[in-house]
Design a protein around this ligand. Structure first.
Ligand code: ARG
Length: 583
Protein backbone atom coordinates (compact mmCIF):
# COMPACT_ATOMS: atom_id res chain seq x y z
CA UNK A 1 0.00 0.00 0.00
CA UNK A 2 1.23 3.46 -0.82
CA UNK A 3 2.23 5.59 2.16
CA UNK A 4 -0.28 8.38 2.66
CA UNK A 5 2.28 11.11 2.06
CA UNK A 6 3.31 9.51 -1.22
CA UNK A 7 -0.33 9.22 -2.20
CA UNK A 8 -1.02 12.89 -1.55
CA UNK A 9 2.26 13.86 -3.21
CA UNK A 10 1.30 11.97 -6.36
CA UNK A 11 -2.03 13.76 -6.46
CA UNK A 12 -0.26 17.08 -5.99
CA UNK A 13 2.25 16.27 -8.72
CA UNK A 14 -0.61 15.49 -11.05
CA UNK A 15 -2.18 18.83 -10.18
CA UNK A 16 1.09 20.63 -10.97
CA UNK A 17 1.22 18.84 -14.29
CA UNK A 18 -2.43 19.56 -15.04
CA UNK A 19 -1.84 23.24 -14.32
CA UNK A 20 1.07 23.21 -16.77
CA UNK A 21 3.98 23.04 -14.34
CA UNK A 22 6.74 20.57 -13.70
CA UNK A 23 5.28 17.82 -11.45
CA UNK A 24 8.60 17.58 -9.60
CA UNK A 25 7.51 20.65 -7.61
CA UNK A 26 4.57 18.78 -6.12
CA UNK A 27 6.23 17.33 -3.04
CA UNK A 28 3.96 17.33 0.01
CA UNK A 29 5.19 17.27 3.60
CA UNK A 30 3.53 16.92 6.97
CA UNK A 31 2.62 20.42 8.05
CA UNK A 32 4.93 22.26 10.41
CA UNK A 33 1.93 24.39 11.39
CA UNK A 34 -0.57 21.80 12.60
CA UNK A 35 -2.76 24.63 13.82
CA UNK A 36 -3.31 25.67 10.20
CA UNK A 37 -3.31 22.46 8.23
CA UNK A 38 -2.30 18.80 8.20
CA UNK A 39 -0.14 18.73 5.10
CA UNK A 40 1.53 21.36 3.01
CA UNK A 41 3.26 21.83 -0.31
CA UNK A 42 5.80 24.59 -0.80
CA UNK A 43 6.61 23.69 -4.39
CA UNK A 44 5.04 26.82 -5.88
CA UNK A 45 7.74 28.91 -4.23
CA UNK A 46 10.53 27.08 -6.04
CA UNK A 47 8.51 26.77 -9.23
CA UNK A 48 8.04 30.55 -9.31
CA UNK A 49 11.76 31.02 -9.89
CA UNK A 50 11.73 28.70 -12.88
CA UNK A 51 8.52 30.08 -14.39
CA UNK A 52 9.32 33.68 -13.45
CA UNK A 53 5.97 34.53 -11.98
CA UNK A 54 4.39 35.07 -8.57
CA UNK A 55 4.32 31.91 -6.45
CA UNK A 56 0.76 32.56 -5.35
CA UNK A 57 -0.36 32.49 -8.97
CA UNK A 58 1.06 28.97 -9.36
CA UNK A 59 -0.31 27.85 -5.99
CA UNK A 60 -3.79 29.04 -6.95
CA UNK A 61 -3.70 27.37 -10.35
CA UNK A 62 -2.56 24.10 -8.78
CA UNK A 63 -5.18 24.06 -6.02
CA UNK A 64 -7.87 24.38 -8.66
CA UNK A 65 -6.71 21.12 -10.18
CA UNK A 66 -6.94 19.12 -6.93
CA UNK A 67 -9.96 16.89 -6.41
CA UNK A 68 -12.06 18.68 -3.76
CA UNK A 69 -13.44 15.36 -2.53
CA UNK A 70 -10.04 14.47 -1.11
CA UNK A 71 -9.68 17.51 1.12
CA UNK A 72 -11.64 19.41 3.70
CA UNK A 73 -9.26 22.31 3.19
CA UNK A 74 -7.29 23.31 0.10
CA UNK A 75 -5.85 26.74 0.37
CA UNK A 76 -3.26 28.80 -1.49
CA UNK A 77 -1.84 31.29 0.98
CA UNK A 78 0.69 34.09 0.61
CA UNK A 79 3.38 34.05 -0.53
CA UNK A 80 2.61 30.73 -2.25
CA UNK A 81 2.07 27.89 0.22
CA UNK A 82 -0.54 25.25 -0.37
CA UNK A 83 -2.23 24.13 2.85
CA UNK A 84 -4.19 20.92 3.01
CA UNK A 85 -6.48 19.07 5.34
CA UNK A 86 -7.71 15.66 4.32
CA UNK A 87 -11.39 15.04 3.90
CA UNK A 88 -13.03 12.64 6.31
CA UNK A 89 -13.96 10.42 3.42
CA UNK A 90 -10.43 10.20 2.09
CA UNK A 91 -8.97 9.45 5.50
CA UNK A 92 -11.64 6.89 6.28
CA UNK A 93 -11.11 5.01 3.06
CA UNK A 94 -7.34 5.03 3.57
CA UNK A 95 -7.68 3.59 7.07
CA UNK A 96 -10.17 1.00 5.91
CA UNK A 97 -7.60 -0.12 3.36
CA UNK A 98 -4.99 -0.31 6.09
CA UNK A 99 -7.33 -2.29 8.30
CA UNK A 100 -8.10 -4.88 5.66
CA UNK A 101 -4.62 -5.17 4.11
CA UNK A 102 -2.06 -7.67 5.31
CA UNK A 103 0.15 -6.10 8.00
CA UNK A 104 -1.67 -2.77 7.58
CA UNK A 105 -0.46 -2.51 4.01
CA UNK A 106 3.16 -1.96 4.91
CA UNK A 107 5.42 -2.37 1.91
CA UNK A 108 7.53 -5.54 2.10
CA UNK A 109 10.77 -3.77 1.26
CA UNK A 110 12.90 -6.78 2.10
CA UNK A 111 11.04 -9.41 0.09
CA UNK A 112 13.47 -11.93 -1.35
CA UNK A 113 16.38 -10.65 0.74
CA UNK A 114 18.20 -12.23 3.64
CA UNK A 115 19.77 -10.48 6.59
CA UNK A 116 21.93 -11.93 9.33
CA UNK A 117 21.59 -9.96 12.54
CA UNK A 118 24.55 -10.65 14.81
CA UNK A 119 23.48 -9.77 18.33
CA UNK A 120 23.59 -10.99 21.88
CA UNK A 121 27.23 -11.96 21.64
CA UNK A 122 27.49 -13.47 25.12
CA UNK A 123 30.74 -15.02 26.23
CA UNK A 124 30.45 -18.60 27.36
CA UNK A 125 31.31 -19.18 31.02
CA UNK A 126 31.39 -15.48 31.72
CA UNK A 127 28.28 -13.91 33.21
CA UNK A 128 26.05 -11.85 30.93
CA UNK A 129 26.34 -8.16 31.68
CA UNK A 130 24.60 -4.95 30.74
CA UNK A 131 26.42 -4.55 27.42
CA UNK A 132 24.97 -7.88 26.37
CA UNK A 133 21.56 -6.71 27.49
CA UNK A 134 21.57 -3.75 25.12
CA UNK A 135 22.79 -5.90 22.26
CA UNK A 136 20.01 -8.41 22.91
CA UNK A 137 17.27 -5.82 23.26
CA UNK A 138 18.18 -3.65 20.28
CA UNK A 139 19.16 -6.61 18.12
CA UNK A 140 15.95 -8.51 18.75
CA UNK A 141 13.93 -5.42 17.89
CA UNK A 142 15.79 -4.70 14.66
CA UNK A 143 15.60 -8.34 13.66
CA UNK A 144 11.82 -8.36 14.18
CA UNK A 145 11.56 -5.14 12.18
CA UNK A 146 13.50 -6.60 9.26
CA UNK A 147 11.36 -9.72 9.35
CA UNK A 148 8.18 -7.63 9.39
CA UNK A 149 9.41 -5.76 6.33
CA UNK A 150 9.72 -9.03 4.46
CA UNK A 151 13.34 -10.04 4.95
CA UNK A 152 14.37 -13.54 5.82
CA UNK A 153 15.96 -12.48 9.08
CA UNK A 154 18.42 -14.79 10.80
CA UNK A 155 19.43 -13.82 14.29
CA UNK A 156 22.83 -15.27 15.13
CA UNK A 157 23.99 -15.18 18.74
CA UNK A 158 27.69 -15.44 17.82
CA UNK A 159 28.78 -16.98 21.10
CA UNK A 160 32.15 -15.98 22.44
CA UNK A 161 33.21 -19.57 22.94
CA UNK A 162 36.74 -19.73 21.64
CA UNK A 163 38.73 -17.27 23.62
CA UNK A 164 41.16 -17.19 26.49
CA UNK A 165 38.37 -17.71 29.04
CA UNK A 166 38.24 -21.34 27.94
CA UNK A 167 41.98 -21.80 28.45
CA UNK A 168 41.71 -20.11 31.83
CA UNK A 169 39.00 -22.47 33.00
CA UNK A 170 40.84 -25.52 31.72
CA UNK A 171 44.06 -24.45 33.46
CA UNK A 172 42.33 -23.63 36.74
CA UNK A 173 40.51 -26.94 36.65
CA UNK A 174 43.77 -28.76 36.07
CA UNK A 175 45.30 -27.04 39.12
CA UNK A 176 42.38 -28.13 41.26
CA UNK A 177 41.79 -31.61 39.92
CA UNK A 178 44.89 -32.79 38.05
CA UNK A 179 43.76 -36.41 38.32
CA UNK A 180 40.81 -35.90 35.93
CA UNK A 181 40.98 -38.00 32.79
CA UNK A 182 40.74 -34.87 30.63
CA UNK A 183 44.33 -34.02 31.52
CA UNK A 184 45.74 -37.50 31.00
CA UNK A 185 47.44 -37.53 27.58
CA UNK A 186 47.28 -41.33 27.57
CA UNK A 187 43.52 -41.44 28.08
CA UNK A 188 41.77 -42.90 25.06
CA UNK A 189 38.18 -42.12 26.06
CA UNK A 190 35.31 -42.00 25.94
CA UNK A 191 35.11 -38.98 28.24
CA UNK A 192 32.37 -38.87 30.87
CA UNK A 193 28.97 -37.56 29.84
CA UNK A 194 28.52 -35.71 33.13
CA UNK A 195 30.61 -32.57 33.55
CA UNK A 196 33.14 -32.49 36.43
CA UNK A 197 31.57 -29.22 37.67
CA UNK A 198 28.18 -27.60 38.10
CA UNK A 199 27.13 -24.28 36.62
CA UNK A 200 27.65 -22.46 39.90
CA UNK A 201 31.10 -24.03 40.31
CA UNK A 202 31.89 -22.92 36.80
CA UNK A 203 30.76 -19.42 37.64
CA UNK A 204 33.23 -19.44 40.50
CA UNK A 205 36.09 -21.04 38.53
CA UNK A 206 36.21 -18.43 35.81
CA UNK A 207 36.59 -15.30 37.98
CA UNK A 208 39.12 -17.13 40.15
CA UNK A 209 41.17 -18.03 37.10
CA UNK A 210 40.81 -14.58 35.66
CA UNK A 211 42.09 -12.99 38.88
CA UNK A 212 44.98 -15.43 39.04
CA UNK A 213 46.01 -14.64 35.46
CA UNK A 214 46.73 -11.07 36.54
CA UNK A 215 49.00 -12.06 39.41
CA UNK A 216 50.65 -15.17 38.11
CA UNK A 217 52.42 -14.80 34.73
CA UNK A 218 53.20 -18.50 34.64
CA UNK A 219 49.53 -19.35 35.08
CA UNK A 220 48.68 -16.87 32.33
CA UNK A 221 51.17 -18.53 29.98
CA UNK A 222 49.70 -21.94 30.68
CA UNK A 223 46.19 -20.61 30.06
CA UNK A 224 47.30 -19.17 26.71
CA UNK A 225 48.90 -22.50 25.82
CA UNK A 226 45.75 -24.37 26.84
CA UNK A 227 43.65 -22.05 24.66
CA UNK A 228 45.95 -22.74 21.75
CA UNK A 229 45.85 -26.50 22.33
CA UNK A 230 42.07 -26.42 22.62
CA UNK A 231 41.91 -24.63 19.28
CA UNK A 232 44.28 -27.22 17.82
CA UNK A 233 41.81 -29.88 18.89
CA UNK A 234 43.37 -31.61 21.93
CA UNK A 235 40.67 -34.21 22.79
CA UNK A 236 40.60 -33.82 26.60
CA UNK A 237 40.35 -30.05 26.28
CA UNK A 238 37.65 -30.33 23.66
CA UNK A 239 35.70 -32.56 26.05
CA UNK A 240 35.93 -29.97 28.85
CA UNK A 241 34.97 -27.29 26.37
CA UNK A 242 31.88 -29.30 25.45
CA UNK A 243 30.88 -29.56 29.12
CA UNK A 244 31.28 -25.81 29.58
CA UNK A 245 29.25 -25.15 26.45
CA UNK A 246 26.39 -27.40 27.47
CA UNK A 247 26.01 -25.85 30.91
CA UNK A 248 26.48 -22.32 29.74
CA UNK A 249 24.19 -22.51 26.71
CA UNK A 250 21.39 -24.05 28.77
CA UNK A 251 21.70 -21.19 31.23
CA UNK A 252 21.80 -18.54 28.51
CA UNK A 253 18.77 -19.98 26.81
CA UNK A 254 16.86 -19.53 30.04
CA UNK A 255 17.91 -15.91 30.39
CA UNK A 256 17.23 -15.03 26.76
CA UNK A 257 13.84 -16.70 26.95
CA UNK A 258 12.96 -14.58 29.93
CA UNK A 259 13.91 -11.54 27.83
CA UNK A 260 11.77 -12.79 24.95
CA UNK A 261 14.90 -12.85 22.82
CA UNK A 262 15.23 -15.78 20.42
CA UNK A 263 18.02 -16.72 18.05
CA UNK A 264 17.58 -18.62 14.83
CA UNK A 265 21.24 -19.59 14.86
CA UNK A 266 23.36 -20.55 17.86
CA UNK A 267 26.74 -20.57 16.19
CA UNK A 268 29.82 -19.26 17.90
CA UNK A 269 33.38 -18.23 17.29
CA UNK A 270 34.40 -21.89 17.50
CA UNK A 271 32.24 -22.68 14.46
CA UNK A 272 34.29 -20.24 12.43
CA UNK A 273 37.51 -22.07 13.26
CA UNK A 274 37.58 -24.50 10.31
CA UNK A 275 37.22 -21.60 7.90
CA UNK A 276 40.27 -19.78 9.20
CA UNK A 277 43.17 -21.69 7.54
CA UNK A 278 41.74 -21.66 3.99
CA UNK A 279 40.67 -18.03 4.41
CA UNK A 280 44.17 -17.00 5.45
CA UNK A 281 45.71 -18.97 2.58
CA UNK A 282 43.45 -17.16 0.17
CA UNK A 283 44.30 -13.76 1.63
CA UNK A 284 48.01 -14.54 1.38
CA UNK A 285 47.65 -15.79 -2.18
CA UNK A 286 45.91 -12.55 -3.09
CA UNK A 287 48.88 -10.65 -1.67
CA UNK A 288 46.74 -8.83 0.87
CA UNK A 289 48.70 -9.70 3.99
CA UNK A 290 52.02 -8.67 5.45
CA UNK A 291 54.00 -9.88 8.43
CA UNK A 292 54.54 -7.20 11.02
CA UNK A 293 56.46 -7.94 14.24
CA UNK A 294 55.79 -11.61 13.67
CA UNK A 295 52.04 -11.11 13.33
CA UNK A 296 50.06 -11.65 10.15
CA UNK A 297 48.13 -8.51 9.32
CA UNK A 298 46.13 -6.96 6.49
CA UNK A 299 46.59 -3.24 5.92
CA UNK A 300 43.16 -1.65 5.50
CA UNK A 301 43.91 2.08 5.67
CA UNK A 302 42.44 4.23 2.93
CA UNK A 303 43.68 7.53 1.57
CA UNK A 304 40.54 9.33 2.59
CA UNK A 305 40.84 8.28 6.25
CA UNK A 306 40.75 11.21 8.62
CA UNK A 307 41.81 9.05 11.55
CA UNK A 308 44.39 6.33 11.40
CA UNK A 309 42.90 2.91 10.71
CA UNK A 310 45.48 0.34 11.84
CA UNK A 311 45.95 -2.93 9.94
CA UNK A 312 43.59 -5.76 10.74
CA UNK A 313 45.45 -8.39 12.78
CA UNK A 314 44.79 -11.91 11.54
CA UNK A 315 47.27 -14.00 13.51
CA UNK A 316 49.24 -12.96 16.54
CA UNK A 317 52.95 -13.68 16.60
CA UNK A 318 52.27 -16.93 18.53
CA UNK A 319 50.11 -18.07 15.62
CA UNK A 320 46.78 -17.73 17.39
CA UNK A 321 43.68 -16.27 15.81
CA UNK A 322 41.98 -13.28 17.37
CA UNK A 323 38.57 -11.60 17.46
CA UNK A 324 38.90 -10.11 13.96
CA UNK A 325 40.00 -13.44 12.52
CA UNK A 326 36.93 -15.26 13.81
CA UNK A 327 34.67 -12.43 12.65
CA UNK A 328 36.08 -12.69 9.13
CA UNK A 329 35.87 -16.47 9.09
CA UNK A 330 32.30 -16.22 10.37
CA UNK A 331 31.50 -14.08 7.35
CA UNK A 332 32.87 -16.80 5.13
CA UNK A 333 30.59 -19.31 6.84
CA UNK A 334 27.56 -17.01 6.63
CA UNK A 335 28.05 -16.25 2.96
CA UNK A 336 28.31 -19.96 2.29
CA UNK A 337 25.36 -21.11 4.42
CA UNK A 338 22.94 -18.18 4.51
CA UNK A 339 23.75 -16.10 1.38
CA UNK A 340 22.87 -12.87 3.16
CA UNK A 341 22.31 -9.59 1.34
CA UNK A 342 23.17 -7.82 4.54
CA UNK A 343 24.93 -8.44 7.84
CA UNK A 344 24.08 -6.25 10.79
CA UNK A 345 26.13 -6.26 14.00
CA UNK A 346 25.13 -4.94 17.40
CA UNK A 347 27.79 -4.18 19.95
CA UNK A 348 28.94 -1.42 22.21
CA UNK A 349 30.12 1.53 20.10
CA UNK A 350 33.64 1.09 21.43
CA UNK A 351 33.94 -1.76 18.93
CA UNK A 352 33.38 0.60 15.98
CA UNK A 353 37.00 0.50 14.84
CA UNK A 354 37.09 -3.29 15.04
CA UNK A 355 34.14 -3.53 12.67
CA UNK A 356 35.53 -0.88 10.36
CA UNK A 357 38.71 -2.95 10.03
CA UNK A 358 36.82 -6.22 9.63
CA UNK A 359 34.43 -4.81 7.02
CA UNK A 360 37.28 -3.39 4.99
CA UNK A 361 39.25 -6.61 5.21
CA UNK A 362 36.18 -8.62 4.17
CA UNK A 363 35.69 -6.43 1.10
CA UNK A 364 39.35 -6.47 0.13
CA UNK A 365 39.51 -10.23 0.44
CA UNK A 366 36.29 -10.69 -1.49
CA UNK A 367 34.68 -12.59 1.39
CA UNK A 368 31.47 -10.66 0.75
CA UNK A 369 30.08 -9.48 -2.55
CA UNK A 370 30.55 -5.83 -3.46
CA UNK A 371 26.82 -5.31 -3.01
CA UNK A 372 26.59 -7.12 0.35
CA UNK A 373 25.69 -4.55 2.96
CA UNK A 374 27.62 -4.50 6.20
CA UNK A 375 26.46 -2.39 9.08
CA UNK A 376 27.59 -2.00 12.64
CA UNK A 377 25.18 -0.40 15.09
CA UNK A 378 27.33 0.73 17.99
CA UNK A 379 25.31 1.53 21.05
CA UNK A 380 26.04 3.70 24.04
CA UNK A 381 26.41 2.76 27.68
CA UNK A 382 23.67 2.20 30.18
CA UNK A 383 24.57 4.38 33.13
CA UNK A 384 23.43 4.60 36.71
CA UNK A 385 21.88 7.74 38.17
CA UNK A 386 25.41 8.98 38.91
CA UNK A 387 26.06 9.07 35.17
CA UNK A 388 28.66 6.31 35.41
CA UNK A 389 28.30 2.80 33.92
CA UNK A 390 25.63 0.94 35.82
CA UNK A 391 26.98 -0.98 38.81
CA UNK A 392 25.65 -3.08 41.63
CA UNK A 393 25.22 -1.44 45.01
CA UNK A 394 28.55 -2.96 45.99
CA UNK A 395 30.17 -1.36 42.95
CA UNK A 396 30.60 -4.59 40.98
CA UNK A 397 29.57 -5.31 37.41
CA UNK A 398 25.80 -5.69 37.27
CA UNK A 399 24.75 -9.06 36.01
CA UNK A 400 21.90 -9.31 33.63
CA UNK A 401 19.89 -11.73 35.76
CA UNK A 402 20.26 -9.41 38.72
CA UNK A 403 18.99 -6.43 36.80
CA UNK A 404 16.03 -8.38 35.54
CA UNK A 405 15.32 -9.72 39.03
CA UNK A 406 15.45 -6.21 40.52
CA UNK A 407 13.09 -4.83 37.92
CA UNK A 408 10.73 -7.76 38.38
CA UNK A 409 10.63 -7.35 42.15
CA UNK A 410 9.96 -3.64 41.77
CA UNK A 411 7.08 -4.15 39.34
CA UNK A 412 5.69 -7.07 41.30
CA UNK A 413 5.28 -4.91 44.39
CA UNK A 414 3.16 -2.49 42.38
CA UNK A 415 1.09 -5.26 40.85
CA UNK A 416 0.41 -6.76 44.26
CA UNK A 417 -0.19 -3.46 46.02
CA UNK A 418 -2.66 -2.22 43.43
CA UNK A 419 -4.35 -5.62 43.22
CA UNK A 420 -4.15 -5.44 39.48
CA UNK A 421 -4.82 -9.11 38.85
CA UNK A 422 -5.86 -12.29 40.63
CA UNK A 423 -3.08 -13.78 42.76
CA UNK A 424 -2.46 -16.63 40.32
CA UNK A 425 -1.85 -14.13 37.50
CA UNK A 426 0.61 -11.94 39.36
CA UNK A 427 3.72 -13.63 38.03
CA UNK A 428 2.76 -13.63 34.38
CA UNK A 429 1.48 -10.05 34.45
CA UNK A 430 4.53 -8.85 36.35
CA UNK A 431 6.86 -10.48 33.84
CA UNK A 432 5.18 -8.68 30.95
CA UNK A 433 5.19 -5.28 32.61
CA UNK A 434 8.78 -5.62 33.81
CA UNK A 435 9.97 -6.57 30.37
CA UNK A 436 8.11 -3.66 28.80
CA UNK A 437 9.64 -1.30 31.37
CA UNK A 438 13.15 -2.57 30.75
CA UNK A 439 12.99 -2.78 26.97
CA UNK A 440 11.09 0.43 26.35
CA UNK A 441 13.39 2.24 28.77
CA UNK A 442 16.28 1.16 26.61
CA UNK A 443 14.76 1.33 23.14
CA UNK A 444 13.18 4.75 23.56
CA UNK A 445 16.71 6.18 23.44
CA UNK A 446 18.61 6.51 20.22
CA UNK A 447 20.89 3.44 20.25
CA UNK A 448 24.14 5.41 19.95
CA UNK A 449 23.37 7.49 23.03
CA UNK A 450 24.23 6.64 26.61
CA UNK A 451 21.22 6.59 28.88
CA UNK A 452 20.43 6.46 32.55
CA UNK A 453 18.78 3.38 33.96
CA UNK A 454 16.03 4.67 36.22
CA UNK A 455 13.80 1.94 37.55
CA UNK A 456 11.18 4.32 39.00
CA UNK A 457 10.80 6.15 35.74
CA UNK A 458 10.94 3.08 33.46
CA UNK A 459 8.32 1.21 35.48
CA UNK A 460 5.91 4.15 35.92
CA UNK A 461 2.44 3.55 34.56
CA UNK A 462 2.31 7.13 33.31
CA UNK A 463 4.59 9.10 31.05
CA UNK A 464 6.72 7.92 28.18
CA UNK A 465 7.17 4.35 29.41
CA UNK A 466 6.55 0.77 28.39
CA UNK A 467 3.93 0.19 31.11
CA UNK A 468 1.98 3.27 29.91
CA UNK A 469 1.82 1.80 26.41
CA UNK A 470 0.70 -1.56 27.84
CA UNK A 471 -1.88 0.21 29.96
CA UNK A 472 -3.32 1.92 26.88
CA UNK A 473 -3.55 -1.38 25.05
CA UNK A 474 -5.17 -3.10 28.01
CA UNK A 475 -7.69 -0.29 28.34
CA UNK A 476 -8.72 -0.67 24.68
CA UNK A 477 -8.89 -4.44 25.02
CA UNK A 478 -11.26 -4.09 27.92
CA UNK A 479 -13.59 -1.79 25.97
CA UNK A 480 -13.48 -4.14 23.00
CA UNK A 481 -14.31 -7.16 25.10
CA UNK A 482 -17.27 -5.33 26.61
CA UNK A 483 -18.48 -4.51 23.12
CA UNK A 484 -18.21 -8.04 21.75
CA UNK A 485 -17.14 -9.13 18.27
CA UNK A 486 -15.48 -6.13 16.64
CA UNK A 487 -12.90 -7.51 14.22
CA UNK A 488 -15.14 -7.25 11.16
CA UNK A 489 -16.33 -3.67 11.77
CA UNK A 490 -15.35 -1.19 9.06
CA UNK A 491 -13.71 2.15 9.77
CA UNK A 492 -16.10 5.09 9.62
CA UNK A 493 -15.55 8.78 9.11
CA UNK A 494 -14.34 10.59 12.23
CA UNK A 495 -16.95 12.29 14.37
CA UNK A 496 -14.67 14.80 16.06
CA UNK A 497 -11.20 16.31 16.01
CA UNK A 498 -9.82 13.72 18.42
CA UNK A 499 -11.02 10.97 16.15
CA UNK A 500 -9.37 12.58 13.17
CA UNK A 501 -6.10 13.11 15.04
CA UNK A 502 -6.13 9.46 16.00
CA UNK A 503 -6.76 8.44 12.41
CA UNK A 504 -3.96 10.64 11.09
CA UNK A 505 -1.63 9.16 13.67
CA UNK A 506 -2.48 5.63 12.56
CA UNK A 507 -1.51 6.51 8.96
CA UNK A 508 2.03 7.16 10.18
CA UNK A 509 2.59 3.49 10.93
CA UNK A 510 4.43 2.44 7.79
CA UNK A 511 6.50 5.63 7.34
CA UNK A 512 7.62 5.19 10.94
CA UNK A 513 8.71 1.60 10.40
CA UNK A 514 10.58 2.57 7.26
CA UNK A 515 12.40 5.37 9.01
CA UNK A 516 13.29 3.08 11.93
CA UNK A 517 14.55 0.48 9.48
CA UNK A 518 16.59 2.93 7.42
CA UNK A 519 18.37 4.39 10.42
CA UNK A 520 18.42 1.32 12.70
CA UNK A 521 16.46 3.31 15.26
CA UNK A 522 13.78 1.45 17.23
CA UNK A 523 13.44 4.68 19.24
CA UNK A 524 11.38 6.06 16.35
CA UNK A 525 8.84 3.29 16.92
CA UNK A 526 8.73 4.17 20.62
CA UNK A 527 8.18 7.86 19.86
CA UNK A 528 5.44 6.88 17.44
CA UNK A 529 3.50 4.67 19.83
CA UNK A 530 3.83 7.20 22.60
CA UNK A 531 2.15 9.72 20.30
CA UNK A 532 -0.43 7.20 19.13
CA UNK A 533 -1.25 6.12 22.69
CA UNK A 534 -1.72 9.79 23.57
CA UNK A 535 -4.26 10.22 20.78
CA UNK A 536 -6.07 7.04 21.80
CA UNK A 537 -6.36 8.22 25.38
CA UNK A 538 -7.51 11.66 24.33
CA UNK A 539 -10.14 10.14 22.06
CA UNK A 540 -11.25 7.86 24.87
CA UNK A 541 -11.60 10.76 27.30
CA UNK A 542 -13.46 13.02 24.94
CA UNK A 543 -15.74 10.60 23.13
CA UNK A 544 -18.39 8.41 24.72
CA UNK A 545 -17.65 5.02 23.22
CA UNK A 546 -19.69 2.30 24.92
CA UNK A 547 -22.25 4.92 25.93
CA UNK A 548 -22.77 6.09 22.35
CA UNK A 549 -26.41 5.51 21.42
CA UNK A 550 -26.24 5.46 17.67
CA UNK A 551 -25.14 1.89 16.91
CA UNK A 552 -23.35 2.83 13.70
CA UNK A 553 -21.39 5.62 15.32
CA UNK A 554 -20.55 3.31 18.17
CA UNK A 555 -19.36 0.62 15.77
CA UNK A 556 -17.18 3.24 14.09
CA UNK A 557 -15.56 4.18 17.41
CA UNK A 558 -14.94 0.56 18.19
CA UNK A 559 -13.44 -0.14 14.79
CA UNK A 560 -11.12 2.82 15.20
CA UNK A 561 -9.82 1.93 18.65
CA UNK A 562 -9.58 -1.70 17.53
CA UNK A 563 -7.31 -0.69 14.68
CA UNK A 564 -5.28 1.52 17.02
CA UNK A 565 -4.86 -1.44 19.37
CA UNK A 566 -3.73 -3.72 16.57
CA UNK A 567 -1.18 -1.15 15.43
CA UNK A 568 0.07 -0.65 18.99
CA UNK A 569 0.36 -4.37 19.57
CA UNK A 570 2.25 -4.83 16.33
CA UNK A 571 4.64 -2.08 17.33
CA UNK A 572 5.34 -3.53 20.76
CA UNK A 573 5.90 -6.89 19.12
CA UNK A 574 8.54 -5.16 16.99
CA UNK A 575 10.08 -3.75 20.14
CA UNK A 576 10.14 -7.22 21.67
CA UNK A 577 7.44 -7.29 24.34
CA UNK A 578 3.74 -7.96 24.67
CA UNK A 579 0.72 -6.80 26.63
CA UNK A 580 -1.10 -8.65 29.42
CA UNK A 581 -4.88 -9.06 29.38
CA UNK A 582 -5.39 -7.00 32.52
CA UNK A 583 -3.40 -4.31 34.18
N1 ARG B 1 31.41 -11.59 22.47
C1 ARG B 1 31.62 -10.22 22.12
C2 ARG B 1 31.70 -9.37 23.38
O1 ARG B 1 31.27 -9.77 24.44
C3 ARG B 1 30.54 -9.66 21.23
C4 ARG B 1 30.41 -10.33 19.89
C5 ARG B 1 29.77 -9.44 18.89
N2 ARG B 1 29.69 -10.02 17.59
C6 ARG B 1 30.67 -10.14 16.73
N3 ARG B 1 30.46 -10.75 15.59
N4 ARG B 1 31.88 -9.70 17.00
O2 ARG B 1 32.17 -8.25 23.30
Amino acid sequence: MEKILDLITHKMQQAFADAGYDPAFGRVTVSNRPDLCEYQCNGALSAAKQYKCAPIQIAKAVTEKLDPADYSLVEAVMPGFINLKLSDRFLCSYLEQMRTAEDFGVEKIGAGQTIVVDYGGPNVAKPLHIGHLRSAIIGESLKRLYAFLGYRAIGDIHLGDWGLQMGLIITELQERQPQLCYFDPGFTGPYPVEPPFTLSQLEEIYPAASARKKEDPDFADRAHAATFELQQGRPGYRAIWKHIMDLSVADMTKIYNSLDVHFESWLGESDADPYIPPMLEDMKAKGLTVVSDGALVMPVAEETDKKEVPPCILLKSDGSAIYATTDLATMVQRMRDFHPDKMLYLTDKRQALHFEQVFRAARKAGIVKPETQLEHVGFGTMNGKDGKPFKTREGGVMRLEQLLADMTAFVRAKVVENQIVEPEEVDATTAKIALAALKYGDLSNQPTKDYIFDMDRFAAFEGNTGPYILYTIVRIKSILSKYGAWEHLPIREPVNGCGKDLMLSITKFSPTLEAAWKTSSPNLICAYIYELAGFVNKFYHETPILKEENPETKAGHIALIGLAKDVLETCIHLLGFSAPEKM
